[in-house]
Design a protein. Structure first.
Lengths: 339, 277
């Protein structure tokens, strides 16, 4: 069992709080994502779990026991850094077998295990290669293999796909999801790429300024963001200002009947795919259009000069046209307006 | 058309000629003194018939006179280099790795011996370590020479090692190694040292050459019974034993070239593999 409980974890540098009393529970075997903009504290959080930073307050418990008193060597954690940090003075198999070798295992044992892991990752033929001569994707697999060789309870990944091209990323993401399921390993995955998190993680915590804005499954975060920040960070959202009064949403230039619990100044967040063109009360002038293959993304300007973006499989309008837009009221999210 | 083609070609030839001449003149400028000494080592003086005065006599005198200054210089250079590695590498690592208050100022201090003229350093060392202190008298001993050589050369070792450290993200390497279960010493030996090995080797080559050729400080600190090679040569030239001193110089240069070549050759071996057993 490898359950992790992060309790009120805090890291303060001087007067700045990089991590602000974060509490998270990660179930055994889950892949848990930590996403957020740069500087939100996700890497600091990871480093505290790994043992490279001492928390100012709080606890990290693995299977019920605190691991804060353990040195990085003693914590049963596998780590893949953003910089990958392969040991360039050793070949691939020496890199992968480094952990078991330092822990005193016999040559046969650690070499066998390393070879098994290389085979599992599809890079058995790279055994004798110099890490510097490998491609980005190959290096990433070696780093992963090296972390898995010590058979850790948890795997920590800090932006492991940095610097890889888009297609390779997608392939590796899929491979890793399948691999983690097969190994039934508990993993914490830090990334600024919310699409990657949605694809790879069972649950995601969206961090902002040191604390989580929302924790939930990818579906929960996408379909029911709890505030403007999450709506904006996960996927693309239109954030339209309105005033919620009685049974209406008053956009200023038009009113839309809507039942809601919020009152006063609100932000209405609508996904681009939930907007239809043709009829509706939102009048927009098309300013730009992008053909993206599976969809056409169109940008328009509303009467109050704010921008609206909508996606369709085929476009019927062109830049310069005036178009009437409607949106699916059931799927729109209403949040109190933030300053 | 023809005019265009020829005006394209001519500058290229002129350009190559210019560059080769500059290189040639520079090399000649550097080699000329050595060639002159080589000449003197066979003829003793430039007056009289050069062909007739050609002799191996001076070399015989050098080999008969014993190798004591040469042996002392070699021993000193080796000891200095070893001490420099033992002192300099940890110093460079500590200064770079940890957030020490005034780390920059400390680093400036370690560079000081490079900047201070050798004569000043020599006088300072003699006044500090060359006088009886706390019941210990180092004046005139080889130990004093060693101290002087180490003080003078260790900044170079610190510099090259620091460069090597700053060229790699060794902190990520260390943390990765620790995470995988390596103790600090395993980390240092298996991961850190192999990756900064080139910096340490350059430092070693540099300090060896500097120690062999060191004269300014040694002049103040040496003892007439323990002369280093440069001191011996200086003596030879001032007493007009030019032929013998020249022969000694040639032998000296030859030894330095062989030593440096040897160190470079060893450096190209797969040492990281050795450290990685």
């Amino acid at each position: 069992m490898s359950e992790i409980h992060i309790q009120n974890l805090t890291k303060r540098y001087g007067t700045t709080e990089a991590v602000d009393s974060v509490s998270l529970s990660i179930p055994d075997g889950a892949t848990f994502g930590l996403v957020g903009p740069s500087g939100c504290g996700k890497s600091t959080l990871l480093r505290m779990i790994a043992g490279f930073e001492q928390p100012t307050a709080g606890d990290v418990r693995l299977d019920g026991a605190s691991i804060l008193d353990l040195s990085p060597q003693e914590r049963d954690i596998g780590l893949v850094f953003q910089s990958i940090a392969l040991f360039n003075n050793m070949n691939v198999i020496d890199n992968v077998s480094f952990g078991p070798r330092m822990r005193g295992e016999s040559v046969d044992e650690y070499l066998d295990r390393a070879r098994d892991i290389l085979a599992m990752l599809g890079i058995a033929d790279l055994e004798d290669r110099d890490p510097r001569n490998l491609s980005g994707g190959q290096q990433q697999r070696v780093a992963l293999g090296r972390a898995l060789a010590i058979e850790p309870e948890i795997l920590l990944l800090d932006e492991p796909m940095t610097g890889l091209d888009a297609k390779l990323k997608r392939r590796l993401q899929k491979e890793m999801v399948e691999l983690f399921a097969e190994l039934d390993i508990t993993a914490i995955h830090v990334t600024h790429d919310q699409e990657e998190a949605m694809m790879m993680c069972d649950q995601i915590a969206v961090l902002n300024d040191g604390s989580p804005e929302q924790v939930g499954t990818p579906a929960e975060l996408y379909e029911s963001p709890s505030n403007q920040f999450v709506a904006d960070f996960i996927g693309t959202s239109n954030l339209l200002s309105a005033t919620a009064t009685g049974d209406y949403l008053d956009f200023g230039y038009t009113q839309v009947p809507h039942t809601h619990t919020e009152e006063g100044e609100v932000t209405v967040s609508i996904r681009p795919e939930h907007i239809k063109s043709g009829t509706g009360v939102l009048q927009a002038e098309i300013t730009n259009q992008f053909y993206l293959g599976e969809k056409v993304r169109t940008y328009g300007r509303l009467p109050d000069d704010s921008e609206i973006v909508f996606d369709e499989t085929q476009s019927s309008v062109h830049p310069g046209d005036e178009v009437a837009l409607s949106f699916d009221k059931e799927l729109a999210q209403i949040h109190p307006a933030e300053k | 058309m023809t005019e265009y083609a020829s005006s394209r070609r001519v500058p290229n030839v002129l350009g190559s000629l210019f560059f080769y001449s500059v290189i040639g003149i520079t090399i000649l400028f550097i080699l000329l003194p050595i060639l002159v000494i080589l000449l003197y080592s066979f003829v003793g003086s430039l007056s009289g018939n050069l062909i007739e005065s050609f002799t191996f006599e001076y070399y015989r005198e050098v080999f008969d006179g014993g190798f004591d200054p040469l042996i002392l210089s070699l021993q000193l250079a080796i000891a200095t280099t070893i001490l420099d590695v033992v002192i300099g590498v940890p110093a460079a690592y500590t200064l770079d790795r940890y957030d020490i208050p005034f780390a920059d100022r400390l680093r400036d201090i370690t560079i000081l011996p490079m900047a201070i003229p050798g004569i000043v350093l020599g006088i300072a060392i003699v006044r500090t370590w060359g006088v009886p202190k706390f019941g210990v008298d180092l004046s005139g001993t080889v130990l004093l020479l060693l101290i002087a050589h180490v003080i003078f050369t260790v900044p170079f070792m610190i510099q090259t090692t620091t460069s090597a450290l700053q060229s790699i993200d060794y902190q990520a390497l260390e943390e990765t190694a620790q995470n995988l279960g390596a103790s600090w010493s395993q980390c240092f030996v298996h991961v850190l040292l192999p990756n900064i090995y080139n910096g340490i080797l350059s430092g070693a080559i540099l300090t060896f050459a500097l120690s062999m050729g060191e004269f300014n400080i040694t002049l103040f600190v040496y003892n007439p019974t323990d002369k280093t090679l440069p001191i011996e040569m200086f003596g030879g030239f001032t007493t007009s034993a030019v032929g013998q001193a020249s022969a000694l110089s040639v032998v000296f240069v030859a030894i330095i070239i062989v030593s440096l070549w040897l160190m470079q050759y060893l450096g190209e071996q797969d040492l990281p593999k050795v450290a990685n057993v």
